[in-house]
Design a protein around this ligand. Structure first.
Ligand SMILES: Cc1cc2nc3c(=O)[nH]c(=O)nc-3n(C[C@H](O)[C@H](O)[C@H](O)COP(=O)(O)OP(=O)(O)OC[C@H]3O[C@@H](n4cnc5c(N)ncnc54)[C@H](O)[C@@H]3O)c2cc1C
Length: 474
């Protein structure tokens, strides 16, 4: 008799939850008999998506937004019936600022993916010296690199746009996404489109101009309804909450850490923290790579070693709510990023109450500071009071805020940001080969092919589909 198929999902972050939701949908669609179980080590679902509501504030512990033009997150919100709670950014008339020699300078208008597409705003900007601007504009004349291999994104940006544009613009913008070292991060794994544009058009400025001409000739039928960054009215935590509420056909076990996976030819044995074991024909590991490495240590030592080699960086966020009257000067912009050359602990500050509507009551300004990055992680281990002090000192020096915050929250994120270092894609292809030898076992989540929320959701969708195809024998 054919044994019933069992799927076990390990990890209830957004990737694991998206996989559970998609499998539940597919099971219904195809009318198949599959048991779905999800084990989450902590006592709550959502992983890095965590929102706290206090004193009328919406405090994000982890991500505060997602890219709306990558469709997976919006599509998921639609399926869950919460699309009407998706919000775009506020139009403050100002975007991102960058600290230069202690002063906040706006990122010049027309910079797309670190590439200048408008000469006027770049020339008027005080972010770069005249020499730096001319070098950046001269990107037009820099021949493409014919080499096929990978390179650090830092080297690529310096080669194309010059050292100053790298240090004072590209590096802090990149660091804001990966908390990483641009001289280690792989161009091909983080921004493959930049490499493609260089190859196709001979350079970045040429490529961006060609794209502008193309969209002018073929304007989109309708304007996008949303701004590029989007969130939810009640914060990012609404997304895992909505999934959890609708997982009626999935056995969800929080507070249950998985210890090991022992593979078998048809069914794998999953060892749980309480000493129990469960068997499943499909195991979806939606855990950080170093956790998956531990779980698979008995199954394949070499695979486990490869997974362990994906580096991670720890960071911390400090949210601070001030009375608006305590903040001197104009309160403009959605936030600022801080280049390493400014030699500060702060890597970025989001002006949360300017970025999205409804984040703070009238008269209150909500800011969120980021500390900790590749090569400078020790600060994350500082006691809360010390962290707060460092953040307050730097905010005083940069924004002139003397007052103490009315409310503050410190959130530490240990080994939270996977680093796609040079060679990441080659490592992934060996990982794929080895995981292929463990039938029904899959790896998903931020460690592999995109750290953003839509990427993680997409990885959940794909693994659910792959599991279904295997169940149906297609
Ligand atoms: C401070 C911060 C800000 C960010 N900002 C943004 C942003 O604005 N926009 C954006 O798109 N992305 C952002 N990111 C990145 C994004 O949040 C993450 O890449 C994404 O949420 C990761 O989802 P995941 O499901 O892969 O992993 P996780 O959220 O890490 O989930 C993994 C889950 O597995 C569980 N687990 C681990 N081990 C076990 C085990 N042995 N047994 C059972 N369960 C286990 C964990 O408890 C956790 O719940 C940010 C990240 C951080 C840290």
């Amino acid at each position: 008799m054919h044994e019933r198929d069992d799927v076990v999902i390990v990890g209830g972050g957004i990737a694991g939850l998206a996989a559970a939701w998609r499998l539940q949908q597919l099971r219904e669609e195809h009318g198949i008999d599959v048991r779905i179980r999800l084990f989450e080590a902590s006592d709550r679902l959502g992983g890095k998506l965590q929102t706290e509501h206090t004193d009328g504030l919406v405090l994000e512990a982890g991500p505060d937004s997602f890219l709306s033009y990558k469709p997976a997150a919006i599509q998921l919100a639609r399926e869950l019936g919460i699309e009407d709670r998706v919000i775009g950014t506020r139009d403050t008339g100002h975007g991102t600022f960058i600290l230069r020699d202690g002063r906040l300078e706006p990122l010049p208008e027309g910079i797309t993916m670190m590439v200048p597409t408008k000469l006027g705003p770049l020339l008027r900007s005080r972010l770069l010296t005249t020499r730096g601007k001319l070098r950046m504009a001269a990107e037009y004349l820099v021949p493409p690199d014919e080499d096929d291999g990978d390179e650090p994104i830092g080297a690529f940006v310096r080669r194309r746009l010059g050292r100053e544009a790298f240090e004072h613009m590209a590096q802090p913008l990149l660091s804001g996404i990966f908390a990483g070292d641009a001289d280690q991060l792989s161009l091909n794994a983080t921004f493959p489109r930049l490499r493609d544009i260089e190859r196709q058009h001979g350079g970045l400025v040429r490529g961006m101009l060609a794209q502008r001409r193309e969209s002018a000739a073929n304007p989109p039928a309708s304007q996008p309804k949303l701004t590029p960054f989007a969130s939810f009215q009640d914060g990012m935590g609404s997304l895992p909450e909505a999934i959890a509420e609708r997982l009626s056909g999935v056995d969800v076990h929080t507070g249950t850490s998985v210890r090991a996976i022992v593979p078998g030819p048809d069914r794998h044995v999953i060892h749980l923290c309480d000493g129990e074991t469960v068997a499943a024909s499909h195991v979806l590991l939606a855990t950080p790579a170093y956790e998956s490495a531990d779980l698979l240590a008995l199954a394949d030592g070499e695979l486990s070693a490869l997974l362990r080699r994906i580096p991670y960086v720890s960071t911390a966020t400090v949210s601070l709510a001030f009375r608006e009257s305590d903040i001197p000067g104009d309160q403009v912009g959605r936030g600022f990023v801080i280049p390493h050359v400014e030699n500060r602990e702060l890597t970025a500050v989001t002006w949360s109450s300017n970025k999205f509507p409804g984040r703070a009551p009238q008269g209150v300004a909500l800011l969120r500071a980021f500390v900790g990055r590749a090569g400078r992680e020790a600060i994350v281990a500082s006691p809360d009071d010390d962290l707060l002090q460092v953040v307050r000192t730097e905010l005083r020096e940069i924004l002139g805020i003397e007052a103490a915050p009315e409310v503050h929250r410190v959130n530490r994120w240990w080994r939270a940001m996977p680093q796609y270092v040079v060679g990441h894609l080659e490592r992934l292809s060996i990982i794929d080969q080895r995981i292929g030898r463990l039938p029904g076992v899959q790896l998903l989540g931020a460690a592999y092919r995109g750290v953003g929320i839509p990427d993680c959701i997409e990885s959940g969708n794909l693994s659910a589909q792959t599991a279904l195809d295997r169940i149906l024998g297609t």
